[in-house]
Design a protein. Structure first.
Ligand code: F6P
Length: 548
């Protein structure tokens, strides 16, 4: 199976050179490297700076990484994606999230259909609908305008919109509040329903497949809540759907005129610029939404055309390969110095780990090297008072991505500007300390008592990337996300894996549905379950039988 031939990347000449280089790279000390010319590691695109100068690489490493990208066929694979080839081989699909942000004047045919025209038809329909909700033309069943939008979805049908809603707070229009319900835990929906009025609430049921257990259960519960309050005739005015599965939506009872479609060539975690972004568009308006798409498109075009050594996603992805495969760094902390980007680490977790958490190559052969790293994080400065101690003095090496905007939100007063400066100062300070640390001599020279000296030494030499935005806008947010999307692509291409399937999540769903049946029937001898699960199940059943 497969459109492009897979290779074992460890057999590439550049991989071997990198291996040898890593074995002898104890002289790669970031603090010293920073005295050399590092301009080749400082990239900019469309006003956003990607500063990789605090990575543990010299020009030789960099050249070998660029060579590896060539030998592993990164650019050919990228071109195949942009041309609509079915590079999602295990699902036999094209991978065309980039088409979602293409200009209406471009064309791209997949199976004889111009997907760009389709994309813009849906975008226009979304814009009309978003405007009608925002200006009060779309009304609830009792004639009142919409004040609350509840997006019900999970994974890629939740994380992107929820992250963007928080990120773009400064661009939201007053009068409409969005809520995001994802967890099947009844507490999630209940918490939202407690605060909204059925007469003025619009539900967006977002699910690519329209089969996801959590989303379907929450959607049914929301429907029930609305019908109890306003009757079944109210449903069309209060429910819209976003999906590729139009039949399943119809079965659920949502009118076809209230469905915003997308296509199987959009992966769930790459779908925030499809109709899955409807809540974002309602919140910030179609013009701002299109500006976000322009930010994505600017990075798409850069990724497609810029020469590899100046190509942000290629450099970012290849440095991630260096850290993961040659410096043995298993994890990257995502540290946005931005309250608005508070959900960005959660969003990136799905993007990176659902994409590249794979152990077989596209051709099914087991990999003999590490693949997808672990991404996690918290906004700064909060994380500094929590886990940074381990980043600085723990026994594991962790790479960090620090994201910060030079300017505060527009309209900030002097006090807010000062606190924003405090934020920026902390971001830069942490980048410096992680990369450069402090030596024993320096600690001593500061007059530290002997007994405390070893406790205060910080090895530093932890790789850090600093992404500097002018300010967080729809455009810069789009650009930032697309840089990560394509960096993930580059890593997957080198590893020869398919970042666009997610077979690893299927078994858990199947087992959960069996256990759900067991819970309903009170059965604790299910032969499909292992002994530990049976034990816990029996305990759960006993506790449930003991009453509230
Ligand atoms: O967790 C698996 C997954 O399929 C994700 O890839 C996806 O984003 C999420 O579930 C939700 O899927 P859907 O949009 O089909 O409800």
């Amino acid at each position: 199976m497969g459109h492009s031939t897979t290779i074992d990347p460890t057999t590439c000449g550049a991989w071997r050179r990198l291996d040898e280089h890593a074995a002898t790279c104890s002289d790669l000390v970031i603090g010293s490297l920073l005295h050399q010319d590092r301009d080749f590691l400082r990239l900019h695109h469309a006003g956003v700076g990607f500063d990789f100068s605090r990575q543990r690489v010299d020009s030789e490493t960099f050249q070998a990484l660029m060579d590896l990208a060539v030998e592993a066929g990164v650019e050919d694979h990228r071109d195949a994606m942009f041309e609509g080839a079915a590079i999602n081989t295990t699902e036999g699909r094209s991978v065309l999230h980039v088409a979602l942000r293409s200009a209406p004047t471009s064309t791209l045919e997949v199976d004889g259909v111009d997907v760009i025209a389709d994309v813009h038809r849906v975008l226009d329909a979304m814009s009309d609908f978003a405007d009608s909700v925002r200006d009060g033309r779309h009304r609830g069943a009792t004639g009142r305008s919409i004040t609350d939008v509840v997006n019900i979805g999970i994974g890629g049908s939740d994380l992107g919109p929820a992250m963007a809603y928080r990120a773009l707070r400064a661009y939201r229009s007053p009068g409409i509040t969005c809520h995001f319900v994802s967890n099947v835990d009844p507490a999630d929906l209940a918490e939202v329903l407690d605060t909204v009025d059925p007469e003025t609430t619009l539900f967006i049921i977002a699910s690519k497949t329209f089969t996801t257990q959590e989303t379907m259960a929450n959607a049914q519960a929301a429907r029930h809540w609305l019908v109890e309050a306003l009757g079944a005739d109210a449903v069309p005015a209060h429910f819209v759907a976003v999906s590729t599965a139009l039949d399943a939506v119809a079965k659920f009872g949502i009118d076809s005129t209230n469905v915003f479609g997308f296509w199987d060539w959009v992966g769930g975690r790459y779908s925030m610029t499809s109709a899955v972004g409807l809540s974002t568009m309602i919140a910030i308006g179609p013009d701002n939404y299109r500006s976000m798409l322009d930010g994505f498109a600017a990075m798409d075009e850069h990724f497609r055309t810029a020469p590899a050594p100046r190509n942000v996603p290629i450099v970012m992805g290849m440095l991630a390969i260096w850290n993961r495969n040659f410096l043995d760094i298993p994890t990257t902390a995502v540290l946005p110095y931005s309250h608005h980007l508070g959900r960005f680490p959660a969003y990136l977790q799905q993007l990176t780990m659902e994409s590249n958490g794979k152990s077989v190559r596209r051709d099914g052969a087991a990999v003999s090297y590490r693949t997808g790293g672990i991404y996690w994080g918290e906004p700064g400065t909060n994380g500094q008072h929590s886990f940074y101690q381990l980043l600085h003095q723990g026994t594991d090496d962790v790479a960090s991505d620090i994201i910060v905007a030079a300017k505060p939100d527009p309209g900030s007063d002097d006090d807010a500007r000062h606190r924003h400066d405090m934020l920026v100062a902390n971001a830069l300070a942490q980048a410096s300390v992680l990369a450069c640390g402090i030596t024993e001599d320096e600690v001593r020279a500061a007059g530290t008592p002997d007994g405390l000296v070893p406790h205060k030494v910080m090895a530093g030499n932890h790789p850090v990337s600093v992404i500097l935005l002018d300010t967080l806008t729809p455009f810069t947010l789009g650009l930032l996300i697309a840089a990560y999307e394509h960096s993930v692509f580059v890593q997957g291409a080198v590893w020869q894996i398919n970042p666009f399937d997610q077979w690893g999540v299927e078994l858990g769903k199947k087992v959960a549905s069996g256990i759900l049946d067991d819970l309903a029937s009170g059965r604790f001898d299910d032969p499909n379950l292992d002994a530990a699960t049976l034990n816990t199940l029996e305990e759960v059943l006993r506790l449930q039988a003991s009453g509230d």
